[in-house]
Design a protein around this ligand. Structure first.
Ligand SMILES: Cc1cc2nc3c(=O)[nH]c(=O)nc-3n(C[C@H](O)[C@H](O)[C@H](O)COP(=O)(O)OP(=O)(O)OC[C@H]3O[C@@H](n4cnc5c(N)ncnc54)[C@H](O)[C@@H]3O)c2cc1C
Length: 363
């Protein structure tokens, strides 16, 4: 079987894989990115809210907090420089009961501890939304939305310009360690053939499968998945929004929020429930709970104004709330695995790429 010797193999062409590969290709030759689908970003990266998060909710000092705030800055800068579709529309977090008000103030305090200085309690603009049940609100001016597809395409062209090698329709089958190198067995799905890659550096950014690739290599079940599915519904009613509207968050999600897209359409989501399989069908049995969650802050909304649109699955891990960068060193070889990379992963992507690059250079 043919063997190709390269400097670095990146597994998985979602937002984390392509941004890391692009960053490494700035100074490293022979960076190869493999993606099993025929195009980049067909999984979690295209099944989310496309919100540029401000970094309000995450534990101060956590990776999520650090990478979200740094990533937001880098992402806005990138989108501006490359003239890519986005808007810094801002968002409201609304409390609809006295109990929620207490939680809202905790969120405000947390945001400040994370270093956000721009949060506003009861910004006047909330009054334009007469249909909302909002006793108290926080306004976050640095929250925005963007077109993740254009962003990925732009990063991809830079990667290719830097002589990065992109292999779509190529699936990693297994990794072994042999005579001081990683040997990856790749299946080329375009012509049903197989080949080997020999490398000293692997970046495992396989999203929902990343934990499995690492467990299989180590031969033990170190990480366990705790997938949470989130469904989205488009809104077909008459109300309009200029800002994003978020309820008080739950433990694993930010709550079923109202986001606007760049065409000014409104969609609600994501819900949050446990799943074991990767299945993107929208379950009608969840509709009632979905509708009831929105009614708490938008009482007049009708179930028939909600049309099922798409779903995504959060690649969470059992026992971990934060992102995980697992570093495995064997002699002078390294495998970095990005695990539990759920929200705010899109926002954090350029900061994660920066961090991974620094981590490789510090070895
Ligand atoms: C419902 C939901 C809402 C979200 N909302 C937001 C938001 O508003 N803002 C935000 O900042 N973040 C958000 N996120 C988080 C964000 O979408 C993710 O953090 C990010 O997309 C993860 O990207 P990734 O590259 O790690 O994974 P993925 O996009 O899943 O990419 C992994 C890739 O690896 C490939 N792959 C897997 N196995 C193999 C293999 N064996 N060989 C080759 N390729 C392989 C897959 O095909 C896939 O393309 C949300 C997530 C969810 C689920």
């Amino acid at each position: 079987m043919e063997t190709f010797k390269i400097n670095c193999l990146v597994i998985g062409g979602g937002v984390s894989g392509i941004t890391i590969a692009q960053k490494l290709s700035l100074y490293m030759e022979e960076v190869v990115l493999i993606e099993r689908n025929n195009r980049l970003a067909q999984e979690t990266t295209s099944r989310n809210s496309e919100v540029i998060h401000a970094g309000i909710y995450y534990k101060p000092g956590s990776l999520k907090s650090e990478l979200c705030i740094r990533g937001k800055e880098l992402l806005y800068e990138y989108l501006r420089i490359h003239n890519l579709p986005h808007t810094q529309c801002g968002k409201f977090i609304v409390a609809s009961s006295a109990e929620e008000e207490r939680k809202l103030f905790d969120i405000y305090k947390n945001g400040k501890e994370c270093g956000l200085t721009d949060l506003v309690i009861n910004d006047e603009r909330i009054k334009q939304y007469k249909f909302l049940n909002s006793k108290t609100s926080i306004f976050s001016p640095s929250t925005g939305i963007f077109d993740s597809y254009s962003f990925i395409e732009s990063i991809k062209s830079q990667f290719l310009d830097n002589q990065g090698i992109l292999l779509v329709g190529n699936r990693l089958k297994k990794i072994e360690y042999h005579k001081g190198s990683f040997i990856a067995l790749i299946e080329d799905l375009n012509n049903s053939s197989e080949f080997l890659i020999e490398t000293k550096k692997i970046i495992n950014t396989a999203g929902l499968q990343a934990f499995k690739i690492l467990n299989e290599f180590k031969g033990e079940e170190i990480y366990k998945p705790a997938y949470k599915k989130g469904e989205y519904y488009s809104y077909t009613g008459k109300e309009k929004l200029d800002h994003l509207i978020y309820p008080i968050p739950g433990k694993f999600s930010l709550g079923i929020h109202a986001t606007i897209d760049l065409g000014n359409g409104i969609r609600f989501g994501p819900s949050s429930y446990d799943v074991n399989e990767i299945d993107y069908e929208i379950s009608e049995s969840q509709r009632k709970d979905f509708h009831n969650s929105i009614k708490k802050y938008w009482p007049s909304i009708k179930s028939e104004e909600l049309v099922p649109t798409y779903s995504g699955i959060r690649p969470l891990l059992e026992g971990f709330e934060d992102f995980v960068i697992d570093e495995l060193n064997l002699d002078e070889n390294v495998m970095l695995s990005i695990l539990g990379y759920s929200s705010p992963g899109l926002t954090s992507s350029l900061a994660m790429a920066e961090k991974v690059s620094n981590q490789l250079n510090d070895l």
